[in-house]
Design a protein around this ligand. Sequence first.
Ligand code: ADP
Length: 302
Amino acid sequence: MAVYQENKIALAISRYTRGMTLPPAVADYCRANGFGSIRRVTPLGGGCINNASRLDTDNGPLFLKVNDSTPPDMFEREAEGLSALAAPNAIRVPKVLGAGPDFILQEFIEAGSRRSDFWETLGAQLAALHNTTSPQFGFDHDNYIGSTPQINIWEADGHNFFAAHRLRFQAELARRNGRLDLANYQLLITLLSKLPSLIPPQPASLLHGDLWSGNIHTGPNGEPVLIDPAAHYGWAEAELAMMTLFGSPPQSFFDAYESARPLAPGYRGRFDLYNLYHLLNHLNLFGESYGASVHAILQRYA
Ligand code: ADP
């Protein structure tokens, strides 16, 4: 290829990545695995944290996220989560091609328009994913929820796991960040002791872990694809709750889920309790605007 064209692509890449250069491992991967050279880099919107792009190579497109200021194991943890979610073959997730401290490279999944049975399919497939269970709650490594560490120490007791490693961990962080006052912290501590009477026992299910609408992608055939997980073994109801945090799937989704995997009565009434974890995380990540929702849930249940 002409030097001029190489330079033009290099310039486009460096502009797009806001001063960051494309990690050398990415070009190496492409050359070593039959993709040849990178012809074009197109930024993609939609992500929260990282610079996502489509790489057009000599041999088809790839998906790349780069970030040189994330924790060094963040993309490795994402890769591990995607592999775990792929293993039971329940629902499509992108194949991971490589990951390093500053990048993750995946198969590129073209975005299609949703099939008419998209939500029913997602309900049935998510139920199948959740039927993958473990004797313990947790995961092989801690990972991240957004950019906040997510603690995955293995625990046999789901209430202890959720209390210590989900709610209390976030609350301690919010105290340190000056975002949770003592009164609310004390309410939370009271709530922790009540969890066993508020939440029925459930198995430790394999969860996507961060299933807000932005992480439900549509594949080329209109099928559901899950991206950007914070995978771990946890309560399935908590996953469904998160799907209602910013918008909500239609009833047909819940019907399909429940006919494949029955839920304990009253599960919708528990959604706020599970979502307290994500609201505390948002309080930590994005600040005070989440304080009122946190307070309202604490007052209601503690
Ligand atoms: P972030 O970690 O910054 O939140 P995401 O993983 O959510 O980034 O990805 C950003 C956007 O890129 C998504 O909204 C989605 O539209 C698109 N995307 C994510 N993964 C793929 C993929 N494997 N193939 C094609 N597009 C993808």
